[in-house]
Design a protein. Structure first.
Length: 386
């Protein structure tokens, strides 16, 4: 079992490197380029929120998984902007090699499952892959068109993309997205896009999660992680480690919880687990944030996702117990990888990690905590913090 967990954590820690892959498109406030990890989180959110617009046959849970995985190969091959001259056949070959290496880090059964899903996305033939691809093509478009101060060159790239580039397929496969993009570019449109546009305020507001900084540093120690890329990473954690849950779970609901769980930090900010926090005050801020943010959605989704967020916070259902357990694990592994991180910053002892983290993780995945603790104990002993 330890060998299996070791392989799973090796993959999860390697995936951390996706945060260092910088894309050419900007975040919504145009202050910086986004990275591929937070882009993958935002795409998963697009899939969940725009699910009512998908064909009935589309399995949104599979679409979300595809979008979590689709850019992992960029760890090895980098991002390739669509407007630059590129040998796409050569890129496809390099990405296949990267996919085999990355998913090959996992135990064979998990690695094969994820490799097959990644290949399905790339082939763009199944109904799930087609919807996932359309989301991947439209999110950068609306991030540019709704940008606070978009770069003129980026607007020209959008025009070229929908006029004959990859995003031209939106006209057939996602007509409301295509029509609304055309309207924003000053082109005539008579299609009723309300089902699409009514969800954009929420999706655009969610972009702010990319600016919420957490106490935890990335694995390489270069900067603090943000809550959007954390949410992406923790969804991967939940998926990869699901077999170790001691409670019966629906992993798709768990992943949806984790996709949404930190959105309230847009208004309330992050609450470091080892910091001094007024939990009553923070809970009130988060409740108000949930009301405002989910209130941007159509009523049915507002009710559904607010309930899912409340379920996560209450940590009483099996799905929420496991989700909360796994949410505690990821920062621990990042701290170990970056040489101590927030443990040093907050003068944390092993006993404090046991009580604040370990006790929570053991409620849903005790085998995971046993393994993780065996990995971190030597560091605390070496630092005299045991």
């Amino acid at each position: 079992m330890n060998e299996r967990l070791a392989a799973q954590f090796e993959f999860l820690q390697e995936a951390d490197k996706l945060r260092n892959v910088v894309r050419s498109n900007l975040v919504l406030d145009c202050s910086r380029c986004e990275n591929s990890a937070e882009h993958s989180w935002h795409l998963a959110l697009y899939a969940l929120i725009l699910a009512p617009l998908a064909a009935p046959e589309v399995q949104i849970s599979r679409v979300i998984k595809m979008l979590l995985l689709h850019d992992l190969v960029e760890i090895d091959v980098g991002d390739h902007p669509i407007h630059q001259a590129t040998d796409w056949q050569k890129v496809a070959q390099a990405e296949e090699v990267a996919a085999q290496r990355l998913f090959g880090l996992l135990p064979d059964d998990l690695g094969s499952e994820m490799l097959d899903l990644w290949r399905e996305f790339e082939a763009n033939q199944s109904i799930d892959a087609i919807f996932a691809k359309q989301l991947d093509r439209c999110q950068p478009i609306f991030q540019t068109l709704y940008g606070i101060d978009p770069v003129p060159e980026h607007l020209e790239i959008v025009k070229g993309n929908i006029d004959g580039g990859r995003a031209a397929s939106l006209e057939q496969n996602f007509p409301t997205a295509f029509a609304h993009a055309s309207l924003l570019l000053g082109r005539p449109n008579t299609l009723d896009c309300t089902a699409f546009t009514s969800r954009l305020p929420f999706l655009n507001e969610a972009d702010q999660l990319k600016h919420v900084l957490r106490a935890t540093l990335l694995g390489n120690g270069s900067r603090r992680e943000n809550s959007a890329e954390h949410s992406w990473h923790i969804m991967l954690y939940a998926w990869v480690l699901a077999e170790h849950s001691i409670v019966e779970i629906d992993i798709n609901r768990v992943m949806q919880m984790l996709l949404l769980h930190d959105l309230v930090e847009i208004d309330a900010g992050d609450a470091p687990i080892h910091g001094e926090i007024d939990h009553t005050e923070m809970a009130a801020k988060e409740e108000a944030a949930a009301k405002r943010l989910f209130g941007l959605l159509p009523e049915a989704q507002n009710v559904s996702f607010t309930a899912l967020w409340h379920e996560f916070e209450a940590a009483q259902s099996n799905d929420a117990i496991y989700a909360k357990s796994i949410d505690r694990v990821q920062p621990v592994l990042l701290n170990l990888k970056n040489g101590g991180g927030s443990w040093i910053e907050y003068s944390v002892s092993l006993a404090q990690v046991d009580s604040r983290v370990g006790d929570k993780v053991k409620l849903g995945a005790p085998r995971v905590w046993d393994f993780v603790r065996s990995q971190i104990e030597p560091w605390f002993v070496s630092q005299g913090r045991d």
